[in-house]
Design a protein around this ligand. Structure first.
Ligand SMILES: Nc1ncnc2c1ncn2[C@@H]1O[C@H](COP(=O)(O)OP(=O)(O)OP(=O)(O)O)[C@@H](O)[C@H]1O
Length: 727
């Protein structure tokens, strides 16, 4: 919540009065009425956010009063700046300025483009429109054919003027040209008070849309997909006037009445808003087109500044006091400005997903308390979004239905008119047919298509192109069709004396139940009900959050359990791997010791053979040879096994080959041994045997044969065991 910023500007005197007895004195942010010789007049002293004396320039006013609002508008806040004051007090001079001292509008436009050129991480679409409220009718200053436009309201655009031309602009120069063309269409007139008096209120409107350029960085979820839409109104009001002074009649008189009446409604709105919330009842925004259009700026979602211009001359003392009274009341009005973001469903989902991700990350870092808070916040936000979305959907549906009904009604009416006109005409229905080709709604749509700026520089980017087709069929929101004649002097008195009119006798439209800002029903019952609902919502959210927290804790415990189990498995596997790595070495050791034993046994056996030529000796040599080949083969295989890369099926075939070769060799040795044995037994019968040597040789052959068989078995078994182990 923030207060409206209010300033007062004193224009330089136009005519120097000789007989004046008082003067207005400006001290810092105070303005007070003094007697000619210096003493202040009691109760005529006012303080505001700023008071500018006659030496101040438009530049000073812009810097201190308006610049912040313009910058905030670029950042997505709605903004309004308007000039209020009696006729000829310098409102138009403040808003439009002169060639030497450009006014607030020109400075704001330049500033907007300067600022958006600096912001490199967002893309912008700027649209401008210019309208006037003349005799309580809205006219388009960019398109003279657009007269008597209607005010509408819908969810997406809020309060807007249907059929108003909006120009897409790319630079300040383009806007200045448009403004110049608009000024030509504005209603000015000569009065006794001002040679060029504004006879209408004008509103120059800038709509600033922007979207973040996608940086793709984590955590940049707040802005990447959301579109910001802000509306900036720069308003030059017509001045209140006293017919006795302006000396007008005819058209001017009529204009003056409308001006005074709408300013009186503005004063009433400000008065109501400046009351405390308890005293505030219905705010009569709908009593004039001016207040209806400025509704968001007056106590709504906008940052607002008011510059109240006063004339220093003594003859205008009553008007000046009236203006200062208005300014004092306006100072008490609070607004509630917030960045206007339009979130698409996808953007909302993305934002929530990222927020959950962020939470998970934090959970892993075990910041449980912080998380609890954040979960709570997140759940709250999500719930709020859901509720809002549901509400909006319902409202949209309602709006659509009423829209359809209206369409049907208009079509029926058109048909009726067509029938009637064909009845009236003498059988020639062609003229009526021609005029009935387009329904008002179609006409409005066609008008919407004309919104594009002819001198638009380049083909717009995707975002710009999409948003520039921004045109909705309006919803009817009737305003009083005509202002009843109000006795001018009476109205003037009410404006300047701070009189609060009886609104209900003035009001011509029923108060709507749903007002955006501020809430109107503040009765205790309503509040009780509201708080109860809120409490229930909060409880429900709390339950959800607790559930989610418990779920997350359970998952965390499960994760820890699985992790422990895996750790046990890994250490077992590590031990097995260590054993597997040691196995070849152990085998190698076994083979070496087996080889040693084998060689020892063989050397002992060789001792039984008395000469190396006997068949036993031959057999032993053969066994010895076979043994050493077998052992070296095994050693090679084992060393290959140690180096896993060398292990292949080729080793298996090598062992098989050796096995085969050895068997054949053993077979041939045994065959040759049997043959030589047969030959020696034949010799035994022909020669005299040496019984002692024969017995020894026979004994040794017998044992050697057994041993050979034994070793062959062991070797065979060893080789097969070794092969199984490796493969
Ligand atoms: N601060 C100022 N410095 C110099 N001249 C000023 C200043 N303010 C107003 N004037 C002059 O006073 C005259 C009246 O000003 P202006 O037309 O801006 O008044 P206004 O409040 O817009 O009147 P109206 O309500 O009738 O349109 C103009 O000639 C303008 O140039």
């Amino acid at each position: 919540m923030e207060k409206i910023c209010v300033a007062v500007r004193v224009r330089p005197p136009i005519c120097h009065e000789n007989s004046s007895s008082t003067f207005w004195r400006v001290d810092d942010n105070q303005i007070s009425l003094h007697k000619l010789h210096g003493s202040p007049i009691s109760c005529v002293s006012y303080a505001f956010d700023h008071v500018f004396d006659e030496n101040c320039s438009n530049s000073d006013i812009y810097e201190l009063l308006t610049k912040d609002i313009i910058h905030a508008a670029v950042d997505g806040f709605n903004g309004t700046s308007f000039a209020y004051g009696q006729t000829s007090s310098g409102k138009t001079f403040t808003m439009n300025g002169s060639s030497n001292d450009p006014g607030i509008i020109h400075r704001a436009v330049n500033d907007i483009f300067q600022k958006i050129n600096i912001i490199s991480d967002r893309e912008f679409l700027i649209r401008v429109s210019y309208m006037e409220i003349y005799n309580e009718e809205i006219n388009d200053l960019f398109a003279v054919e657009n007269q008597k436009l209607q005010i509408h309201e819908n969810l997406e655009r809020g309060i807007f003027v249907a059929g108003l031309r909006e120009e897409i602009v790319n630079n300040a120069e383009q806007v200045m040209k448009l403004l110049e063309s608009g000024e030509v269409n504005r209603h000015f007139g000569e009065t006794n008070m001002n040679a060029r008096s504004s006879r209408s209120h004008t509103i120059f409107r800038v709509v600033i849309e922007s979207k973040g350029k996608d940086t793709g960085s984590f955590g940049d979820y707040s802005s990447s997909d959301a579109i910001r839409v802000s509306v900036l109104n720069l308003v030059d009001l017509a001045g209140s006037e006293r017919i006795a002074k302006t000396g007008t009649g005819g058209v001017r008189l009529k204009e003056g009445k409308y001006i005074n009446k709408s300013l009186m409604v503005l004063g009433n709105v400000i008065n109501k808003l400046s009351d405390s919330a308890k005293q505030r009842a219905h705010i009569p925004y709908r009593d004039s087109k001016l207040t209806r259009i400025l509704q968001p700026a007056l106590g709504g979602n906008a940052k607002t500044s008011i510059i109240c211009t006063v004339a220093p001359e003594e003859i205008h003392i009553e008007e000046t006091k009236g203006t200062l009274l208005f300014a004092s009341r306006a100072k008490r009005v609070t607004n509630c400005a917030q960045v206007n973001e339009v979130l698409t469903d996808a953007a909302l989902l993305k934002r929530q997903k990222l927020e959950i991700e962020e939470l998970r990350r934090k959970l892993q870092g075990s910041h449980a308390e912080v998380l609890e808070q954040e979960i709570l916040k997140l759940r709250n936000d999500m719930l709020q979004y859901e509720l809002e979305r549901e509400k909006l959907e319902m409202e949209l549906e309602k709006e659509r239905r009423s829209h359809k009904e209206r369409d049907r009604y208009i079509r029926d009416q058109l048909m009726m008119i067509e029938n009637l006109s064909s009845l009236v005409s003498d059988g020639d229905g062609s003229s009526s047919q021609g005029s009935m080709k387009e329904s008002p709604i179609e006409e409005c749509n066609n008008r919407g298509d004309d919104f594009k700026t002819p001198c638009f520089r380049a083909a717009p980017k995707a975002f710009v192109a999409k948003r520039s087709n921004y045109s909705q069929l309006p919803d009817l929101s009737p305003l009083p069709d005509s202002f009843s004649d109000v006795a001018d002097e009476d109205t003037w008195f009410k404006i300047n004396k701070g009189y609060i009119a009886d609104l209900y006798s003035l009001q011509t439209t029923p108060a709507r139940k749903v007002q955006s800002f501020p809430p109107e029903d503040v009765t205790p019952n309503y509040l009780n009900k509201k708080y109860k609902t809120e409490l229930q919502n909060l409880k429900r959210r709390l339950e959800l959050v607790t559930e989610e927290k418990n779920e997350l804790q359970r998952k965390l415990a499960e994760d820890i359990e699985v992790k422990d189990r895996l750790k046990g498995d890994i250490s077992k596997l590590k031990q097995e791997a260590l054993l597997a790595r040691e196995m070849p070495q152990r085998l190698c050791d076994s083979v070496t010791s087996f080889k040693d034993t084998y060689e020892e046994v063989l050397s002992k056996m060789q001792r039984y053979t008395f000469d190396g030529k006997s068949s036993t000796a031959k057999l032993l040599r053969c066994i010895c040879e076979i043994g050493s080949i077998l052992f070296s083969t095994m050693e090679t295989s084992i060393s290959n096994t140690t180096d896993r890369h060398k292990l292949s099926y080729g080793n298996d075939s090598l062992i098989q080959e050796y096995n085969k070769m050895l068997s054949e060799k053993l077979k041939s040795t045994i065959t040759s041994l049997i043959l030589s044995e047969t030959a020696s037994s034949e010799d035994k019968q022909t020669k005299t045997p040496c019984s002692c040597n024969f017995e020894v040789a026979a004994w040794s052959r017998y044992h050697v044969s057994i041993l050979v068989l034994f070793f062959v078995m062991i070797l065979g078994y060893f080789v097969s065991f070794f092969r199984t182990l490796i493969f």
